[in-house]
Design a binder for this molecule. Structure first.
Ligand code: M6R
Length: 603
């Protein structure tokens, strides 16, 4: 995900901006750039790949004395991760950096092109700087020109713009993407897409509201919402770097759970248009000769795979089998060239998954990967990759990576369904409507979080947990149990609800905790009967459902969504928070649980 840093003051600009970008590296990026305005001259530098490339390019550049600068790390969405697509983008006399997506950029771009403007990049962001300069050429003041520019944009954006026409000012705008403005006692002004680059420099900060824009220079900071001038509320900035990186959350895992809504929007960005799925990565990828999909993965990624197997068969009407990569490798599998081999991995480096992929390649199968890390071994080896765009996941227990894997797989199932003409337009439209709603579903409900915090104290003992569910809620039960055992070290199992009576029900007593996933849109009555069977044997039931359930010992009421996948994502967040709260109560290191590593590069 992109990062933004901005500065006005006397400090050496290059060093401050590059250090700031370093603080944002954890978000993930594939190119970077800076622009510095000093004595009415603008110097700019861009580089593809790691920040070290930009550091090398700028090593002889210094900017001493009063001036201003903007800096950006880019995670490609519109246009490839090339140097020309890196930010800042420029016009004749102005430079811009932007996070987010300009939904109406095509319209604006066409209009500007028809007026003779030449675009250098493939990005949506470049329209901002040309639009600003167009308004300047109409003799508007820089402030009005910027205001009109912002009013023309639709979508999500955090924008910083500098221009020779206002050589002491940074113009800014914020909508649905974070942007923070800070100041220090020595008349410096700072911008950041999170607190991290500002720690140790800014004394106080204001978290800009959605729909705001304005400008800052050493004389004034003006912030507007519509035509209304706002009085910014500045708060002291915490001085701990780690606290800042966690945005005030207790653990990275908690922060990552709360980030899921935003990263789901990133996953979807540019991939749905006019009720159709567009997976640019699969242009030219032919599914005609494919009659089966085989998926290989480990851990949480395996659970995403299992979830998607229901979607591939149900939506795309294509056979789908799923295997744990470490099992697949040694079973001497029979592989058929009509099988598409799909691997799923957050890190792209998991040894077993990588080796399974190599086996499939050797057998001549078509391959595809779902991955969160561009340029990882799995990405490099696959014929094509759908990047999940979750940003760097620091917590060992995977949360936002899982959410974005499932979302990407859902898009892929619809893409295959459409390719093979196996889905009606009406069905496709209703699926896309549900997909569009997922970022909202993933917003954490603070009341539910608080309730789980309170409930968690009742679940610290006992002889184990069963998470149960049916259909797609079975892999979710597996994932809920894995989350809990990874970070709480309590025994937990995921089970198909209908399978309990074939053995595990023998364990039922009051100290067996059952987390029952009871969605209203997926086999509710069947699941309910299975839960009743457990309740009759005195198991303690935590029911998660939109429907009241009288036999529940504890109950988390969910939203009455109409689509099972919406219920899936809401329940996913609840099971993640349950694991988190239990683990925190037990005093465990949530982000670095014992015996586990984030990337498992040994078999
Ligand atoms: O990077 P990968 O997705 O390939 O990793 C696979 C598993 O190691 C991983 O999902 C693991 O199970 C997580 N710790 C789960 O939270």
């Amino acid at each position: 995900m992109c990062g933004i840093v901005g500065y006005i003051g006397k400090r050496e600009k290059r060093e401050f901006l590059l250090d700031g970008l370093r603080e944002l590296e954890y978000r993930g990026y594939d190119s970077a750039g800076i622009a510095v305005l000093h004595q009415n001259e603008i110097n700019y530098f861009k580089a593809g790949g790691k920040l070290d490339n930009l550091i090398e390019k700028t090593k002889d550049f210094r900017s001493i004395g009063f001036g201003l600068g903007i800096a950006h790390t880019r995670w490609a969405t519109h246009g490839k991760p090339t140097e020309i697509n890196a930010h800042p983008h420029w016009g004749e006399f102005s430079f811009v950096i932007h996070n987010g997506i300009i939904e109406n950029y095509m319209e604006i771009k066409k209009e500007l092109q028809s007026e003779g403007v030449v675009f250098l990049s493939q990005t949506d962001s470049e329209v901002i700087v040309h639009l600003f300069e167009k308004f300047i050429s109409q003799n508007l003041t820089p402030q009005i020109a910027f205001e009109k520019t912002v009013q023309s944009l639709k979508g999500a954006f955090a924008v910083l713009l500098i221009s020779k026409v206002a050589s002491e000012t940074i113009f800014f705008a914020k909508n649905a993407v974070p942007l923070i403005l800070g100041k220090s006692s020595i008349d410096e002004i700072f911008f950041g897409s999170s607190d991290a680059p500002l720690i140790g420099f800014a004394d106080e900060v204001t978290y800009l509201e959605d729909g705001t824009y304005g400008w800052a220079n050493k004389e004034e900071i003006q912030i507007y919402k519509g035509s209304q001038k706002l009085k910014p509320v500045f708060k002291p900035l915490n001085t701990s770097k780690i606290y800042a990186q966690k945005d005030g959350f207790r653990f990275f895992m908690e922060k990552e759970i709360y980030e899921q809504s935003a990263v789901a929007s990133e996953t979807l960005m540019g991939r749905i248009k006019d009720d159709k799925v567009f997976l640019e990565e699969l242009n030219g990828y032919d599914f005609n000769d494919i009659d089966e999909i085989k998926i290989c993965a480990c851990g949480t990624s395996y659970h995403a795979a299992l979830t998607s197997s229901y979607l591939f068969e149900r939506l795309a009407k294509i056979r789908c089998s799923v295997e744990i990569a470490s099992e697949f490798r040694y079973k001497e599998p029979l592989l058929d060239k009509k099988t598409l081999f799909l691997v799923i991995s957050q890190s792209g480096e998991t040894a077993d998954t990588l080796e399974a992929l190599k086996m499939a390649k050797r057998a001549g199968l078509k391959t595809l990967s779902i991955c969160n890390v561009d340029n990882s071994s799995i990405v490099r080896l696959s014929d094509a990759t759908i990047l999940t765009r979750a940003g760097i996941e620091k917590g060992v227990a995977s949360t936002k990576a899982f959410a974005t894997q499932v979302l990407s797989l859902w898009l892929l199932a619809l893409h295959v369904a459409k390719f093979n003409n196996n889905i009606s337009d009406e069905k496709c439209t209703s699926e896309i409507k549900a997909i569009r709603g997922i970022p909202a579903v993933l917003k954490v409900d603070e009341e539910i979080h608080e309730k789980l915090h309170r409930l968690s104290k009742r679940y610290l003992h006992g002889h184990g947990f069963f998470f149960i569910g049916r259909d797609i809620f079975f892999p979710l039960a597996l994932e809920g149990a894995l989350k809990l055992k990874e970070i709480s070290y309590l025994h937990a199992e995921g089970y198909p609800a209908g399978e309990m009576k074939h053995g595990p029900i023998a364990l039922a007593d009051s100290t067996l905790f059952t987390v029952a996933l009871m969605p209203q849109n997926m086999l509710y009555d069947k699941t309910k009967s299975n839960v009743e069977e457990l309740s009759a044997r005195d198991a303690t039931i935590l029911a998660i459902s939109p429907k009241e359930f009288v036999l529940a010992d504890d109950f988390i009421k969910t939203q009455p969504y109409e689509h099972p996948m919406s219920e899936f994502f809401e329940m996913m967040v609840i099971t993640q928070l349950l694991a988190l709260e239990i683990s925190i109560r037990l005093g465990n290191d949530v982000d670095m649980p014992r015996n586990l590593a984030k990337s498992v590069t040994v078999e």
